[in-house]
Write a protein that binds this ligand. Structure first.
Ligand SMILES: Cc1cc2nc3c(=O)[nH]c(=O)nc-3n(C[C@H](O)[C@H](O)[C@H](O)COP(=O)(O)O)c2cc1C
Ligand code: SF4
Length: 407
């Protein structure tokens, strides 16, 4: 069964040349959509595929698209390319290696939901990717894959790049929309969800770049073929970002349901020479810590999966790493990135970072230990958006699984 969908042509075609992508079947999904399908039949293929969001939450893509498609007013489609999770660079790698696959996915997805305008919300630091995308957009317009009357059809669509200012929370879809509207980049209360009231109050479908890049393959090969790849609860392939103590770090594509053990040994070439595995962190700084006896856990987007896949970052930590430095860096990140809208997160991330500092200096008191329990509970249960929970995850696991507080 096909295991490479998104990365199939990486390093084989020139990403700056649309003709190279066309030669290997690029834009065939768009042509098929225009000539042989309509929005409804294409949507059915996405639903059949079982594709679920690769931005972290794993929401069924077809279901989200349908919620927007059934609205009759003006609508928008947004590709979320904010990608600010530490250790995560899969979405920028898609742009670097095959930007037209992403554009084709955006075009087809936008036409499925009936949007006349799409945006790419780009990470504030991605200057190189901005240039690549601008160049690719120009080429797509020249070929009439974008604009008025796409390849002779009655479909119109344009795509605009919107570059954020680099805040992590702006990857959250309501904060992202706020920032596009010129408001403070902080999350909004849901409901209403963006599918009902998103950009400028209009129904908006926000999808992650990796999710969208899977769409052309599904349209060409059919939803059923896609649904047979990987884990049945959340089918398809996933981009994993291997980092830390592995011999071959980088982005790899493997079916969902692949175990961490397999990722390390088959895809990452094994643990780096002279190093001994301690634990793995799955999903970036907001991810859970996995110890050696859990390495055979298949990674999926199912709610039953004990290890949320999140962004797909897999950090391998060896025994020579100073855990207190690592904790200080995680907590510092969330303290900096808390948007300050709600007290539990604004204060909680600040206090967590203070305690992490004392932990590193060997000055942690009994009072700190009690406060830590309180802060972690508060972050886990009372914050306005998931960033609070994210800030608590690694510290909670470090306490429970690695015993960082001692006896
Ligand atoms: C704090 C925070 C940061 C997020 N950052 C991103 C991000 O950088 N990219 C992304 O696609 N989704 C991110 N998300 C998830 C988005 O809110 C949203 O669920 C996603 O873009 C939907 O696309 P999908 O269904 O294709 O996954 C973030 C969520 C939270 C709570
Ligand atoms: S949890 Fe943190 S990031 Fe989210 S709204 Fe509250 S302060 Fe902002």
């Amino acid at each position: 069964m096909e295991n490479k969908i998104i990365t199939k042509y990486w390093n084989k075609i020139d990403p700056l040349n649309i003709q190279d992508y066309i030669k290997v079947g690029g834009y065939d999904a768009l042509k098929k959509f225009i000539r042989d399908m309509d929005a409804r039949t294409a949507l059915e293929e996405i639903k059949k595929s079982g594709l679920c969001g690769r931005g972290g939450a794993g929401f069924p893509t077809g279901q989200k698209m349908e919620m927007v498609a059934e609205k009759t007013e003006k609508k928008y489609f947004i590709c979320n390319l904010d990608e600010s999770e530490p250790g995560t660079y899969k979405d920028s790698s898609i742009v670097d290696n095959n930007p037209h696959m992403l554009l084709e996915g955006i075009i087809v997805s936008a036409l499925i939901v009936g949007a006349g305008k799409a945006f790419i919300y780009l990470n504030g630091h991605y200057e190189k990717q901005k240039e690549i995308l601008a160049h690719a957009l120009e080429q797509a317009r020249e070929k009439e894959f974008l604009g008025k009357g796409i390849i002779g059809s009655c479909y119109d669509l344009d795509i605009e790049i919107f570059q954020g200012a680099g805040a992590y929370v702006c990857g959250e879809e309501t904060a992202l929309i706020n920032s596009m509207e010129g408001n403070r980049g902080e999350p909004k209360l849901r409901p209403p969800y963006p599918t009902d009231s998103g950009l400028c109050g209009k129904p908006t479908c926000v999808n992650n770049a990796e999710t969208i890049a899977s769409v052309p393959w599904i349209i060409v090969n059919g939803g059923e073929a896609y649904s047979k790849i990987g884990a049945s609860c959340s089918p398809g392939t996933k981009l994993y970002i291997l980092g830390g103590a592995v011999k071959k770090p980088g982005v790899v594509e493997a079916p969902t349901g692949t175990t961490i053990h397999k990722l390390i040994h088959e895809f990452g070439g094994g643990i780096s020479c002279g190093k001994e595995l301690w634990f793995a962190q799955i999903g970036g700084a907001s991810g859970r810590l996995i110890t050696e006896n859990e390495l055979d856990t298949p990674l999926t987007f199912s709610r039953d999966c004990p290890v949320p896949l999140g962004s797909g970052a897999v950090l391998i930590v060896d025994k020579s790493v100073n855990i207190y430095d690592l904790i200080l860096s995680w907590t510092g990140f969330f303290r900096r990135e808390s948007c300050g809208k709600c007290v539990p997160c604004r204060e909680g991330t600040f206090r967590l970072h203070e305690i992490a500092g004392r932990l590193k200096d060997g000055e942690i008191s009994e009072r700190d230990k009690e406060a830590l329990e309180d802060i972690l509970w508060t972050l886990n249960n009372t914050t306005f958006c998931p960033l609070g929970k994210f800030a608590a995850t690694a510290m909670s696991d470090a306490v429970e699984k690695l015993g960082i507080l001692g006896d």
